[in-house]
Each structure stands twice: as C-alpha cells, then as structure tokens.
Ligand binder design. Structure first.
Ligand SMILES: [Zn+2]
Length: 418
C-alpha cells in the first residue's frame, strides 16, 4: 500500500479534504480521507492527474511556426516543415511532448497522431494516452492502409489505447468517417475549427483552397452539417468554434463529446467556442491544450484560465465558468468526454492511481482559502511537485530532468528550420 498526503486533497467528485491522504495499491486508489501518508507535502494540494482532451505530442517543438498566418496558410507551413522529419525525429519530438505533459501534471492525454510516434513516446515516458491515429482522404481502403501502417509504427503498451482520427471534414470523406466508426476503436476528429473550413466546405473558397490537392470536394454545407450523419457519442470532436445555435442543438442532441481548446482557437484567430452553451446543453466537454503548433505549451493550468477568461469575456458574466467548473473540464469532465468516467480525472476508490501534487507555497493563494480557486488560478507546471501515473511516479520536481529528451527534440526542430 502506498500513500501520499498534503494540506488539501481535491478528489474532484466531492468537497476538498483538509489534511487529506490518498492511498493506492496495484495502480488503483484504495482510499481518500483525512490523514497523514507515508510521504507528506506541506503547502500543497493533491489533485487527480489532469486529463488533456486534445493534444498533438508530435508537434511539441513546432512553437511559433507560421504565427500570425491565416488558418489555411498556417496549415500549409506545418505540412511543408513536417516533411523534413523522419519517424525517429517524430518520436523524439513526441517524447518531449509527453515529458511536458507529465511536468504539467497531466496524466492522461487524448492525442491525435500523424505518424504513431505519440504512442511510442507515451509508452516510453509512462503517460496514459488514447492515441487517435490520423487518416486522410476520400477512400476508406486508403484510410485503412494508412491506419495499418501507423498501428504498426505505434506498437502497444498497457498505458496506451489506439484509436483512429479521420482528420477533419475538409480532408476526409463521409465514407472514411463511416469506416472509422465501424472499427470499434476510439474515434476523434477536428470539427468546425475555423471559418476557413466552412468557406471551403460550403463553396470551395477561402485560404484552404491553396491546399485543394489534399482536400475532399466541397459539400455545399457547413462543417457540422457536413458530418451530421456520422456525429454521435463515440466521435470526439475537437474545437467546435464555428457553430451556430442549430449546430449546438444538434451536437447536444447527438451527445457528441467536445474538446474545447480556447488558447489554440484564440491564437490562430479562429474565435471563441460557445462553451457556456455547450455546458447549458449538458454536453460532455473536456479541455485540451492542443499543441505548441498553435499554443505556447501543454499547460492545462493556463488552459483552464484561458477557458475562464474567454467564457466570462464572451458571456459578460463572472459566473459563466467558475474555477470549479474549469477544473472539472480538465479532470472528470474530460474523462466523461473520453468515456473514461470513474477511471481517471477523479480520486476515488477504484479509480486509477493517477495523481498530481501542486505546490502553493509562496503563491498569492498561500495560505489557502479555497483550494480549488488556489489550484486553478495559482497552478502552473513549475509548481508541480510530483506526477504519478497508474501508481508509479513519472515526474518529481528536482529529480526528473529529461535532458536527453529535450536535446534530441531540439535537434529535430533545427532540422525543420534548416
Ligand atoms: Zn488538433
């Protein structure tokens, strides 16, 4: 039996516990209650490991590429630079991404993977992941062969579940979505991320037309309507920014899980998704960092705050997203969106022992008045003291360094800049 205690424990499915302790065995939580553990952190908060609902570990060193370019052009910049990489480079970069996630207190990520390298990296660093292997095109047989090749590259690991990701409605046909949904694997896509996407789908216009050779033909409909026949509870949809009231009603009615990525959407100039509408419709929503291709970091703390800024600013109401609601989007809410309810995103008997310890020492929230407010507004990767996945410590501040992971990933970035 292992145990850890701190000034506060936020179990996520109940009230915070003062002077709390988490006990676990064989990778599962056994008990969460007041008490002192075999190891104790003063001035700290124990939380469920954070659950990232959308990432691309393979883009961990793409920071700043095409900054300020319109969406279609930005995508072209990334496609061109990615051609400089081989699979080993992609693994090296994805390892950097997995290390960054663990450093930020993320223990599970839903990752859309171009090559399968993200699965190798997550397994190597001990990050729990659903890795949705990306497929492109109009032809299901072509997509099947892309998937088979990427599955082989991805390998297998107890912490990693492989899924499939038809990339987006403008790069994949409905037949490819139907094929993907027939496999019985987790399925994720990008949906309604930008106005450029709707422009292409509705009329073949806009900046995406420059990449017409790799796109499917326009459908004459907006993105959400384009996918209407395949939307459902097992298709995770990232972004959903360019949605109107009819689209939101449809997404809600079909119980479509959404990954909300406010920093990525803002930095790419795509807009602000109507999170308050999603939540009012009782939709399953998780928060996603996306990747340094479009955001500065895999920092889900900053993402929680961005979600709050964006929602309160958009709705002009300070109660449109509370600190507790933001934390839920990064823990139990994300778990619900990923169909991992009760497994991750919560500290309760039977759940996976995925645990994050956050220091509050010296922060403006010390001494703690409300531990959830302190965590959400005061949390950051440099305050993470320890990250535990499946009962095993994968990161400990001051002890885990990942020097080689960082330098190998930097070499791959240099290749893209050459
Ligand atoms: Zn993405």
């Amino acid at each position: 039996m292992n145990s850890l205690s701190a000034g506060w424990v936020i179990p996520a499915d109940g009230a915070p516990i003062r002077d709390g302790r988490v006990t676990w065995e064989d990778g599962r939580v056994v008990d969460v209650s007041p008490g002192r553990g075999e190891r104790h952190y003063e001035n700290a908060i124990i939380l469920p490991g954070l659950v990232n609902a959308h990432s691309h570990l393979e883009y961990a060193v793409y920071a700043g590429f095409g900054d300020g370019e319109p969406f279609g052009q930005w995508m072209g910049t990334h496609i061109t630079r990615k051609r400089a990489l081989d699979f080993d480079d992609m693994v090296a970069i994805a390892c950097r991404g997995a290390a960054d996630c663990l450093t930020a207190g993320i223990t599970t990520t839903a990752d859309y993977s171009f090559s399968g390298a993200a699965a190798v990296a997550a397994a190597r660093l001990g990050l729990r992941a659903i890795v949705y292997l990306e497929v492109f095109g109009s032809d299901p047989a072509g997509a099947a062969s892309q998937l088979a090749q990427k599955q082989e590259a991805a390998g297998s690991s107890p912490l990693v579940t492989l899924g499939v990701s038809p990339h987006a409605p403008f790069t994949c046909s409905i037949a490819v979505y139907e094929w993907a949904l027939s496999l019985g694997l987790p399925v994720g896509t990008h949906l309604a991320e930008s106005a450029n996407e709707n422009d292409w789908l509705e009329s073949g216009a806009g900046p995406l037309a420059a990449n017409a050779a790799i796109l499917v033909p326009p459908t004459g409909k907006r993105a959400v309507q384009t996918l209407e026949s395949v939307l459902g509870p097992t298709l995770l949809c990232a972004h959903c920014v360019e949605v109107d009231d009819t689209d939101v009603a449809l997404l809600a009615e079909l119980d479509v899980p959404v990954a909300h990525c406010p920093r990525s959407n803002a930095l790419l100039g795509c807009g602000v998704a109507p999170l308050a509408d999603f939540l009012a419709a009782d939709m399953r929503v998780g928060l996603g960092t996306d990747s340094p291709a479009s955001t500065p970091s895999f920092d889900l703390w900053e993402e929680m705050r961005a979600a709050i800024y964006a929602s309160r600013g958009r709705e002009r109401r300070p109660d449109s997203l509370s600190a507790a609601a933001a934390l839920e989007l990064a823990t139990a809410g994300a778990a619900r969106a990923l169909d991992l309810t009760g497994e991750v995103g919560v500290l309760a008997p039977g759940a996976r022992a995925d645990i994050t310890v956050l220091s509050i020492a010296g922060s403006p929230y010390d001494p703690v008045e409300d531990p959830i407010v302190a965590a959400v507004f005061g949390g950051s990767p440099d305050r993470i003291l320890e990250t535990i996945v499946d009962g095993t410590t994968r990161y400990r501040q001051g002890e885990t360094s990942w020097h080689e992971v960082h330098s190998t990933a930097s070499t791959a970035r240099a290749r893209m800049l050459a």
